[in-house]
Design a protein around this ligand. Structure first.
Ligand SMILES: Cc1cc2nc3c(=O)[nH]c(=O)nc-3n(C[C@H](O)[C@H](O)[C@H](O)COP(=O)(O)OP(=O)(O)OC[C@H]3O[C@@H](n4cnc5c(N)ncnc54)[C@H](O)[C@@H]3O)c2cc1C
Length: 338
């Protein structure tokens, strides 16, 4: 049986921006279906840093990625969004009546009056180091993201990479892991200077070890259980680092996936949008959050929230061209009670 739906707005991506777009559309009395390729809502916040505090969400001096998403889900709930998870939107086609037909990798079909693309960096994928046998260890000894730092308690952890993720997790796991070694091909790290200084101090104290300049060379272990990570310096000298876990942090591969084939105007793998309406090059399709670009765009969650508000209003204008929209504060409108 085909799973078919009709809605006011289809939102592609359930990251923070997509979730807030549900709220903004709801306030304008538009219902939403939200589709995400991941098996949970929250985008980068839940997939990459659920336990890390974010410090630049207005009115939250500190809130973890996971808690922010819980709050956004709660805020969107009165508008009864329908979530379709673990499925990628593969097709998006405009119909003769100006509505849009979407289809997902699971065969779900949605007809929507307007579409908001909140797809972040597109299809998520780690940049994998080219190591023999790597796939055998994935999910048991090799992880590209940390969901719960407790999972690494008393483990011998090797972190590879020189950016923010490598440095931040080295600092965070130093408290719980049995040992932490950070492998980077340069002595200099490309991360927040304050965090790098803290990490270097931990190295001096002997709490962690910076293994620099070294590169990953191989993996040793039995079955899916890692026992050592082999590293090599620039003279070809090899060293075995005893390890239960390898965390390679070489960034995310940015793959727009099917979005690149929908005929929308792109600039460097981002959707070009109008900065006040979030309109893409196709009438009725809007973009918000990390996936879009305009002059001086900041890839910050707080900017995504404001973009969601603007996109919702513009989407309303497209979906209901004959209905005049009056500006009202949420304090006077209220939200539906469940
Ligand atoms: C380690 C780290 C720390 C950060 N710290 C901060 C911070 O302190 N402050 C801050 O403001 N920002 C921070 N950010 C950035 C912030 O997380 C992003 O700006 C934010 O997540 C973007 O939200 P989004 O909703 O646009 O996209 P995302 O969170 O990327 O979500 C997009 C979703 O779309 C889905 N998707 C993509 N293509 C499809 C498709 N075709 N079909 C279905 N689903 C699809 C993806 O699966 C994903 O779940 C940080 C990021 C990282 C990695």
């Amino acid at each position: 049986m085909t799973d078919s739906h009709t809605t006011d707005v289809a939102i592609i991506g359930a990251g923070p921006t997509g979730l807030f777009a549900v709220f903004e559309c709801g306030m304008l009395k538009m219902n939403c279906h939200v589709i995400d390729a991941l098996d949970m809502i929250g985008g980068q916040c839940t997939a990459l840093y659920p336990e890390k505090p974010i410090y630049d969400i207005p009115a939250h001096p500190a809130i973890t990625g996971g808690d922010l998403i819980n709050k956004l889900e709660e805020q969107a709930a009165p508008f009864n969004p329908i979530y379709h998870l673990s499925q990628q939107v593969t097709k998006l086609e405009k119909q003769a009546d100006g509505t849009f037909d979407l289809e997902t990798s699971k065969g779900t079909k949605i007809n929507a009056k307007a579409v908001i693309i909140a797809a972040g960096v597109g299809a998520f994928g780690p940049n994998r180091p080219p190591l023999d046998g790597l796939l055998d260890y994935e999910g048991t000894s090799v992880f590209y993201m940390v969901r719960r730092r407790e999972d690494f308690r008393d483990k011998r952890v090797v972190i590879a990479g020189g950016g923010d993720s490598a440095v931040d997790w080295a600092l965070s796991l130093a408290d719980v892991a049995k040992s932490v070694q950070v492998v980077h091909r340069r002595p200099k790290f490309r991360a927040a200077p304050e965090s790098v200084s803290k990490m270097q101090q931990l190295d001096k104290d002997g709490t962690i070890e910076l293994v620099v300049p070294y590169q990953l060379e191989g993996l040793k272990g039995e079955g899916d259980q890692l026992s050592a990570v082999v590293v090599k310096d620039f003279d070809g000298n090899l060293r075995d680092l005893e390890a239960d876990v390898l965390l390679p942090f070489y960034g995310l591969s940015q793959n727009l996936g099917p979005i690149a084939e929908w005929g929308l105007e792109l600039e460097k793998k981002h959707l070009n949008v109008h900065p006040t309406t979030m309109a893409t090059s196709e009438a009725g399709i809007f973009g918000v959050g990390d996936i879009i670009t305009y002059d001086n765009k900041l890839k910050l969650i707080l900017c995504g929230f404001s973009e969601a508000a603007m996109a919702a209003r513009a989407a309303h204008g497209y979906a209901y061209p004959d209905e005049e929209l009056h500006f009202e504060y949420s304090t006077s409108m209220g939200v539906p009670s469940e």
